[in-house]
Design a protein around this ligand. Structure first.
Ligand code: UDP
Length: 485
């Protein structure tokens, strides 16, 4: 891009994988339609986005990585703290605060001659309240970036604005989400509102609400045809334009397997080894099991999950994230299980090439924590899910997948498993795991119906991102709305 560039979007992602990955994909989608995009990143996270960005650069897309050091944050956080994987969760509030230190160096960078053309729009993760002052000071509009469905955003918003939890007996009492046509029940434990009730985040929760209310619009990884009433409802409630641009993972339809296997992190298994394993399986026969980038499995839960998968009788790929951190007993259990299910079960210890796996025809179902990206990736792949939420927006996403979209079964988790003092409990027993897996994989009328709906949705998702589709049109509209003449 040179002097002909008319729109320059500055993306400021939150440096958590579930926020960073979709922000980068969204930026690259805008770049693929001719907008210049600058993606702000901190040193520990650069390698996470580099392969994807390099792929985009090789394809000639106008994209820049703006790497800014965070060394000012030393008193808030231990060494290397811009890598959130190394930050204990009780220090997360500090991580969020430390990122506000990016404002000054970023503004200096954007004003410099070398960074020209001057930005025309800031697209900041909703977790960066400081982006408001940045955009104001630069004199450019600011959009809030979400990787969430409008259903979740509207539920949270309505619960908050209609004080739905007033007078509830406890955090587990179910209330009907106000202002929806469909009857949806939640508890405060499941949907407290963004950052509400988390120690250290009290002020932050208010800040987030404020910057959201004052944004010039919302960009989100969803698509209109999946939830037209919720997109319209949320836009109306916020009196703000909502640009749905997803599923953003479909940007990678053109990526090579190797590039895909380093989306977000270098995968713990080589792309071709993974593909070879999947190639040997029947169509729609394999269940993929993963709980995203943040949730860490507790020892007893790992054992129950493993036994449940084994008992289901179905081939599976199981991503065991923190396998090496478990004690000897659990590590031995995993090794023995691996030997017993050799050929039928593939364990990935660490980062999995998730989109590569989900896009393979051999995969027929997904046991997921319902992080929004994973849910959207399941939708894009046309897969039924077992919904096993852990924390945050995942409970609402699970309800959306099961009750609204009709593509999943719920394992019945009633409260978050993160942010608890004692996390050592078994939340989902082996027979529940087995039954849930069987119910999406075994067949039968209900399973067929879920599968049919999932495939139908995937076709709509693909249509949304293709020429003439709603997400495609929204990308063009974003560029048109935030260009300089
Ligand atoms: N992901 C992956 N491999 C893994 C774990 C996660 O590729 O082993 C990707 C996944 O495809 C998704 C993102 O990381 O794009 C996780 O986001 P999500 O919203 O699903 O969950 P979170 O990690 O935020 O809990």
């Amino acid at each position: 891009g040179g002097s002909d560039v008319k729109a320059h979007f500055v993306f400021i992602p939150l440096m958590f994988q579930g926020h960073l990955i979709p922000a980068v994909d969204t930026a690259l989608l805008l770049a693929s339609h001719g907008a210049l995009v600058s993606i702000v990143i901190t040193p520990s996270n650069t390698s996470r986005v580099r392969p994807t960005v390099d792929f985009a650069l090789k394809s000639g897309l106008p994209v820049r990585l703006v790497e800014l050091p965070l060394d000012l944050a030393a008193e808030l956080l231990p060494d290397g703290a811009d890598d959130v994987d190394k930050v204990p969760s009780d220090l997360w509030p500090n991580h969020f605060r430390a990122l506000a230190r990016l404002r000054e160096p970023l503004e200096r960078h954007l004003r410099a001659r070398a960074a020209r053309p001057y930005p025309t729009c800031v697209v900041a993760d909703f977790c960066h309240p400081w982006a408001r002052e940045l955009a104001a000071s630069l004199g450019v509009p600011r959009l809030c970036f979400f990787s969430m469905c409008a259903f979740c955003l509207l539920c949270q918003h309505n619960v908050e604005r209609f004080n739905a939890y007033d007078g509830v007996a406890d955090d587990h009492e179910l209330v009907v989400v106000p202002g929806l046509e469909k009857r949806v029940e939640v508890s405060r434990a499941q949907a407290p509102g963004f950052f509400r009730g988390l120690p250290g985040f009290e002020k932050f929760a208010d800040d987030v609400e404020q910057v959201l209310a004052e944004a010039d619009g919302i960009v989100t990884n969803s698509f209109l045809e999946m939830e037209p009433e919720y997109v319209a409802g949320y836009a109306e409630a916020r009196r703000m334009k909502v640009w749905t641009v997803g599923p953003v993972s479909l940007f990678h339809q053109r990526s090579s397997a190797t590039t895909l296997a380093s989306r977000g992190e270098t995968a713990a298994i080589a792309a071709d080894e993974c593909l070879r394993w999947l190639d040997g399986k029947e169509p729609s026969s394999v269940v993929y099991v993963s709980f995203g980038s943040v949730a860490h499995a507790e020892p007893k839960q790992v054992v129950e999950l493993g036994l449940g998968l084994e008992a289901s009788g179905h081939p599976f790929i199981w991503v065991v994230k923190n396998a090496d951190q478990h004690g000897e007993e659990v590590r031995d259990f995993i090794l023995e299980l691996e030997a017993r299910v050799a050929g039928r079960g593939l364990l990935i210890r660490g980062w999995a090439p998730q989109v590569l796996i989900l896009s393979h025809a051999a995969v027929g179902g997904f046991v997921t924590h319902c992080g929004w990206n994973s849910t959207m990736e399941a939708v894009a792949a046309g897969l039924p899910v077992v919904a096993w939420p852990h924390f945050s927006d995942q409970f609402l996403n699970a309800k959306f997948a099961v009750e609204v979209l009709g593509i999943g079964v719920d394992v019945g988790v009633i409260e978050p498993v993160m942010f608890q003092v004692d996390q050592r409990e078994v939340v989902v027993a082996r027979d529940v795991v087995e039954k849930a897996v069987r119910s999406i994989m075994d067949g039968g009328d209900e399973a067929e119906e879920r599968r049919r709906k999932a495939r139908e949705l995937a076709a709509k998702a693909r249509a949304a991102v293709e020429g003439g589709g709603s997400s495609h049109a929204n990308l063009l509209d974003l560029i048109e709305s935030f260009k300089v003449d």
